[in-house]
Design a protein around this ligand. Structure first.
Ligand SMILES: Cc1cc2nc3c(=O)[nH]c(=O)nc-3n(C[C@H](O)[C@H](O)[C@H](O)COP(=O)(O)O)c2cc1C
Length: 197
């Protein structure tokens, strides 16, 4: 019997906490083992934007680790994981990851993910970007990480915010390779035009 895929999930203090919450819910539905680490600003924003406290958030994960718990399993490359997603990712945490600055468990786990050549997906959220943000995104990309700002697509004509979030989360899960996620597949504009007559 093969062990379930392990996904490290980081949540930081950027707007868009719902992406992290939904990611944990979907991973649980898909039978993915999740290891969660939330920064103090992340806890603040999850409560502000989603109304969940730390305990409620951590209950969505298979395992929860405190950001100061630098001796946790996910701090070592010998602990086998498939991928890590930071959802959402602040410019501060992006900067730390871009510069290999593992001063907390989240940035250490991201550093480990990169050094082990595993998939790292950063759902960065800020607007507009300054040059430091752009340079840090370039650095992470050069190291093999994937910068995935949660920019919604409208070509599937979503009717609710939940639909927008679900579509993005599904794509991130697919990209992480840990589960058979099912984002809506685009069949081409021609088919749409034909259908419209
Ligand atoms: C309500 C609120 C919204 C924020 N949104 C963002 C954001 O979208 N992007 C960002 O980079 N920082 C944002 N911040 C600032 C970060 O939370 C702050 O820089 C913090 O130090 C980041 O720490 P962390 O990366 O350890 O979570 C926000 C802060 C608050 C209070």
């Amino acid at each position: 019997m093969t062990a379930p895929a392990r996904l490290v999930v980081g949540i930081t203090g950027a707007s868009g906490a719902a992406y992290g919450v939904r990611l944990l819910e979907r991973a649980r539905d898909l039978g993915v083992e999740t290891h969660l680490v939330v920064t103090p600003s992340g806890v603040l924003n999850v409560h502000h934007e989603c109304g969940l406290d730390r305990r409620q958030l951590e209950a969505l994960a298979s395992h929860a680790h405190a950001p100061g718990e630098i001796g946790a399993c996910i701090a070592s490359g010998s602990f086998d994981t498939a991928a890590m997603v930071v959802a959402p990712c602040t410019m501060k945490t992006l900067a730390a990851i871009a510069h290999g600055f593992g001063d907390n468990l989240l940035t250490r786990a991201a550093d480990v993910t990169l050094k082990e050549r595993r998939r790292l997906i950063l759902m960065v959220r800020e607007t507009p970007f300054n040059l430091a943000h752009l340079r840090n995104m370039t650095a992470v990309t050069e190291m093999g990480g994937i910068v995935f700002p949660p920019l919604p697509a409208f070509y599937h004509r979503p009717q609710t915010i939940a639909e927008l979030i679900d579509e993005t989360v599904e794509r991130v899960l697919q990209l992480s390779g840990v589960a058979e996620a099912r984002p809506t597949s685009w069949g081409g504009l021609k088919a749409k035009v034909t259908a419209a007559g």
